[in-house]
Design a protein around this ligand. Sequence first.
Ligand code: DGP
Length: 112
Amino acid sequence: MPTIFTKIINREIPATIVYEDDLCIAFRDINPQAPTHVQLIPKKEIPRLVDGQPEDAALLGHLMLAAGKIARQLGVGDAFRLVVNNGADAGQSVFHLHLHILAGRPFGWPPG
Ligand code: DGP
């Protein structure tokens, strides 16, 4: 089921894109929760992390490597947090898998 993130991939709505390759795209969050807050998404429509299939293993690994590359590119490679909200009760509001890349302020533990 396409979401607003598919519209961003297809350039149907604007976003500040910070990284793109054949498999994924990253853009600034519209409602940032930290000085750096980027959404990294696969171009493939996977609604939630739990919907990933064995054939998505390389793609999911690619996302992790891309997250580190993007963090370094944005100058926050030494201190950032990755968050995946899986399901509405965990805070997911857009049902297209996304990795939040957050940086630029202290982060508490455990997370809220
Ligand atoms: P989550 O709650 O984990 O599903 O996070 C969804 C994030 O997506 C949330 O931080 C806000 C962001 N977001 C939602 N709609 C848009 C949009 O149209 N543009 C951008 N840049 N970010 C969006």
